[in-house]
Design a protein around this ligand. Structure first.
Ligand SMILES: C[S@@+](CC[C@H](N)C(=O)[O-])C[C@H]1O[C@@H](n2cnc3c(N)ncnc32)[C@H](O)[C@@H]1O
Length: 247
């Protein structure tokens, strides 16, 4: 499992908790640029009260030593820019599960680019899952263009304002795999049409050294030149007043 943008560690803490209760073995990597959120977690009583003692031990060890090893768990966090540090994971290691949980594409475009998503795809195991809260057309279109099969994560209650809780991209899924998973659903016509608009133009960062500002500016320029349908037209057709928060 690979957790990209580990942050406070909530996502992995949930996973650890589940696997501890099942006595499952786990090989785990995380990428994170900033040590402060983990420092906050291990010093927060609120956070510590949420989890088993073992989860806290893992987090403290990750903070102090960058790793944690016992009979079941083999965990390593790599500090620094995920765009560069993903190359520090040995190439033969392929992940069954990847969490991609950075700030939104408009805030932190560098981890949603075509090039970085392509690197992530190379790290996925056969039938591996990439899970993200993002329903951005650019992210979804890029994942499809990279050859992944995507599904939406179903919201508990679907509505025009709350049409998706994110995206799961699978490398070579079994036929109809999504039907066995109650969290997954095929994209609706509305979501598929979103992928035909200018919103689907990818974020690009060819040498992994662009600033957020440069990536956003280059994409805006590309959108202005593009003949794709303006996203406003799609939004009006589907009675959307504004972009969903996670796009
Ligand atoms: C939304 S938070 C992650 C929340 C986290 N997944 C959790 O469960 O608590 C986004 C995180 O992405 C990290 N981040 C932003 N840019 C990054 C980059 N280029 N490489 C690695 N981490 C990055 C930030 O430091 C921040 O901790």
């Amino acid at each position: 499992m690979l957790d990209i943008c580990f942050g406070l560690g909530y996502n992995s803490a949930f996973l650890f908790k589940e696997l501890i209760s099942q006595s499952t073995k786990l090989d785990w990597f995380a990428l994170e640029i900033d040590k402060r959120p983990l420092n906050f977690s291990i010093n927060s009583n609120f956070f510590k009260n949420l989890w088993d003692q073992k989860v806290i031990e893992i987090f403290e060890s990750l903070y102090k030593k960058g790793n944690y090893i016992d009979k079941e768990f083999n965990c390593k966090i790599i500090w620094g820019d995920a765009r560069k540090k993903i190359c520090h994971i040995p190439k033969h290691i392929k992940f069954d599960l990847i969490f991609l949980d950075g700030f939104s594409p408009q805030k932190c475009p560098e981890i949603w680019t075509e090039e970085f998503l392509s690197k992530i795809k190379q790290s996925l195991n056969h039938r591996g899952y990439l899970i993200t809260y993002s329903s951005s057309a650019a992210v979804r279109k890029t994942l499809i263009d990279l050859g992944l099969t995507i599904y939406k994560i179903k919201p508990k209650i679907e509505s025009s304002a709350n049409w998706s809780n994110g995206t799961i991209a699978i490398l070579n899924p079994y036929f109809d795999e999504y039907k066995k998973n109650s969290f997954l659903k095929e994209l609706s016509i509305m979501e598929l049409e979103h992928l035909e608009t200018k919103a689907s133009i990818p974020y690009r960062d060819p040498s992994f050294d662009c600033t957020s500002r440069e990536i956003l500016k280059n994409r805006k320029d590309e959108q202005l030149e593009s003949n794709l349908l303006p996203t406003e037209v799609w939004r009006k057709k589907w009675h959307m007043t504004k972009a969903p928060f996670n796009s």
